[in-house]
Design a protein around this ligand. Structure first.
Ligand SMILES: Nc1nc2c(ncn2[C@@H]2O[C@H](COP(=O)(O)OP(=O)(O)O)[C@@H](O)[C@H]2O)c(=O)[nH]1
Ligand SMILES: [Mg+2]
Length: 198
């Protein structure tokens, strides 16, 4: 698919499960805990400074934001998780809006890929593991992006990425893409993953 990333913007904000659009255009969802770098990833992919809002006060987003790219597909910023009280109960940890996005969305078939973000310095949190298990159980295609790669040295980064690949996904062959919104490392690889499903 050919598209112009300079023609991108916030198309729609959904705060309630009844508002999911019926729209056949592909969606790429971004999942991860608050502050992991979802908004920064969107800005980096689209080459914009502040298209998606980044904030240092985490846990505020309780909406799903659809960023349209060239009227051809959407990057979908899901609510951040991980600041609610720790719980094994999916609904208490995640916004039910996130669950509904995957399970009760009239356009669920259009969700081609979920980019699951993990902070490379901390590795997956318990909540990240719950989210990943949800994606696996529901057979939702996903790719793992390890954010804030600029915060580690080259050696430490390689070690951390391998640690996530082996520790969480041991034997499954799932690859982790190191990414930095500052150096833009990983940008092309993430776009390649997206292009593969468009
Ligand atoms: N050093 C560094 N900081 C980042 C990176 N990505 C995001 N941040 C910072 O982390 C904070 C949270 O980022 P944001 O994109 O708002 O996270 P979100 O809550 O997942 O949308 C902000 O202060 C960003 O500037 C990165 O790749 N490297
Ligand atoms: Mg954000």
């Amino acid at each position: 698919m050919k598209y112009n990333i300079n023609n991108a913007g916030l198309s729609l904000t959904v705060g309630n499960s009844s508002q999911f659009p019926r729209d056949p255009r592909p969606q790429i969802a971004l999942s991860g805990r608050s502050n992991v770098g979802k908004s920064s990833l969107i800005n980096t992919l689209l080459g914009r400074k502040s298209l998606a809002r980044t904030s240092s006060s985490p846990g505020k987003t309780v909406t799903i934001n659809y960023y349209g790219v060239d009227r051809k597909f959407f990057l979908v910023d899901l609510p951040g998780y991980g600041y609610a009280k720790r719980s094994k109960d999916f609904k208490k940890v995640w916004s039910s809006l996130t669950e509904d996005y995957f399970l009760k969305n009239p356009s669920a078939d259009a969700v081609r890929l979920t980019l699951q973000l993990i902070d490379v310095r901390t590795g997956p949190t318990e909540d990240d593991v719950l989210m990943i298990n949800f994606l696996i159980e529901r057979k939702i295609p996903f790719a793992v992006v390890a954010t804030k790669a600029d915060k580690l040295s080259k050696t430490a980064l390689a070690e951390a990425v391998r640690g996530i690949e082996d520790g969480v996904f041991g034997g499954s062959g799932i690859r982790v893409i190191p990414f930095s919104a500052i150096s833009r490392e990983g940008k092309d690889t993430v776009w390649a993953q997206i292009d593969e499903v468009l």
